[in-house]
Design a protein. Sequence first.
Length: 221
Amino acid sequence: MNAAAIQELLASAEVGDRLRGINQLRTLPPEAAFALIRPLSQDENARVRYAAVSQIAVLGQVNPPQAHELLRNRLLHDSETDVRAAAADAMAALRLPFALEDLAMAYHSTSDWLLQFSIIAALGALGNPAAVGLLTEALKSPQELVKLAAIGSLGELKQPESIEHLRQFVEYPDWQLRHRLAIALGQIGTPEARPLLEQLATDSAAAVTEAARTSLAQLTA
């Protein structure tokens, strides 16, 4: 499908056509696709906005400053949680320079735990060590899934100072958090992680012991 036909779909009054057009943008050069997708990030339909924002996670490499402006607008002002979460994911995927500040602002300004979960999960992909502060704050969330995401992101960031903040979860009641902890400690990979992993290797949950032993083997290697 050529650019003119895709543009016609994107301008259609039918939501299905606009969604098809967004999908077809993958066939165009990134510069042309990014120019066409920008208006769709503020479409009246939430499904269209979600699809557009999700594609900006890749197409935004063409123009990071413009991508940042578009994604920041959706992250902070969109009426739909799914769209805001997609914007958080896209900002992290593009590793935009000021993404951490925007993500922290969005985290602190919402009581929607699903959005908070998405933001915290995205911080691992962002790869900014300065995110450790927000992640350790998220470890105190009353929501188990937010805690789980924070543990995972701390593992992805691999910062040694995270160990002290993660220590409290070695005997946490939810085995899924202990399982993610065993993986995160292996990712961080410092000697300080060893005693915690040795304790987790004797955990009552088989999945936790297996993950801990795998992480210990990685430390030895």
